[in-house]
Design a protein around this ligand. Structure first.
Ligand code: ZN
Length: 365
């Protein structure tokens, strides 16, 4: 550290490495880290971007193209058009811009955003927060002083460009630690913090239908759940739902109610709901094997997540974990032994087969 200080002192007032040539000095580092759409801007300016490389349908920047730009205008500023599956939330909080207050308001409503990678030329909370998001969605701006940046809309001027308005350089910052990140240490787009599902629902405007939005958000939410262990409440709900499916009433209704109960339990922190949903799906498909089900189960689960969850699942519940888990071969109608055996081939981890021995749950009758 002392060494660095000495170096800085010795170099002053000459500019630091790369500052005279933001584009030429940085494009390779960005491309190597997976941020491949590096756009050339005029020296010390934020606009205009090169024609044909921005917006939906904009061309991807090839390495060859970037090299040509670096030769033609090495001192140009550099900007990024985010790759697919990445969303920037751009907070302007300076002068009369009140993006910080807007962000706070939304965080009170939707829950806090995870701390993530930020690109900025000003003090936080100003800056672009970067998140991983499902691909295939459209996005809307958050509100006063907070805009979104994605593959199809806008671009982000980034380090080591010069911001002519703040008269400072852009930099990458770890929001949690406040530390500046060198370009060589920049996270890859695929390693970014994921935007929480409630935020996805609030900010996405469907490129497809609401069902598409629910499906993307739903799968992201399910990804937060653990498979194992299955707790007592999850077990009981699964048994009840499977029994209801065998009961001769509406199978669709039984599946709808059962999956919604499981999703609500998962939100409350009850464990093993992913395994439970697989068991329920098998039971439903078995019960409804006389007709096509056409994704009914997935739609029900995604719909339940859209309706009944309001943030990541609670950390965990305190119910006991049953010593022995119910197995899927017991659940559907056992008269169809071949179907049960077939399903056993892709049984979830931890759910043991019971071809020879019945292993009832404690609560089982
Ligand atoms: Zn529980």
């Amino acid at each position: 550290m002392a060494d660095l200080t000495r170096k800085r002192g010795r170099r002053r007032p000459s500019p630091r490495k790369g500052h005279r040539t933001p584009f030429a000095s940085a494009f390779e580092a960005y491309q190597a880290r997976g941020w491949s759409n590096t756009l050339l801007l005029p020296p010390r300016k934020k606009t205009p971007p090169p024609r044909g490389f921005t917006g939906w349908g904009g061309k991807a920047v090839s390495e060859k193209q970037a090299r040509r730009w670096a030769r033609e205008q090495p001192s140009g500023n550099i900007a990024l058009r985010p790759p697919q599956g990445v969303l920037g939330i751009d907070v302007d909080n300076y002068g009369d811009k009140r993006g910080g207050a807007t962000l706070e308001l939304w965080e009170r409503e939707l829950g806090p955003l995870p701390q993530t990678l930020v690109s900025t030329s000003r003090p936080l909370p100003s800056g672009i927060r970067w998140f991983g998001v499902p691909v295939g969605l459209g996005w809307q701006d958050v509100g006063d002083g907070v805009e979104v940046i994605h593959e199809g809309h806008r671009y982000a001027v980034t380090a080591p460009s010069w911001n002519p308005l703040s008269r400072t350089r852009y930099r990458w910052v770890h929001e949690a630690s406040g530390e500046t990140i060198p370009l060589e240490g920049l996270p890859r787009p695929s390693d970014l913090a994921q935007l929480p599902v409630v935020w996805i629902r609030a900010l996405s405007c469907e490129a497809g239908s609401p069902a598409v939005v629910d499906a993307h958000a739903g799968e992201a939410w399910l990804g937060l759940l653990d498979d194992e262990p299955v707790c007592a409440k999850t077990c009981r709900l699964t048994e009840d739902a499977c029994e209801e499916l065998r009961g001769g009433g509406s199978r669709h209704h039984a599946m709808l109610v059962g999956s919604a109960r499981l999703i609500r339990a998962a939100q409350d922190g009850h464990r093993g709901v992913r395994s439970a949903l697989r068991i329920l799906r098998d039971a439903f498909e078995h019960a409804a094997r006389d007709r096509p089900t056409l994704g009914e189960f997935d739609r029900a689960v995604h719909g339940a997540i859209a309706k009944f969850t309001d943030g990541p699942p609670a950390a965990r519940c305190w119910c006991p974990t049953p010593r022995k888990q119910r197995t899927r071969s017991e659940i559907p109608d056992r008269r169809d032994g071949s179907a049960a055996r077939r399903r056993g081939a892709h049984r979830p981890r931890g759910v043991r087969p019971t071809a020879s021995r019945r292993e009832p749950l404690e609560r089982d009758r």
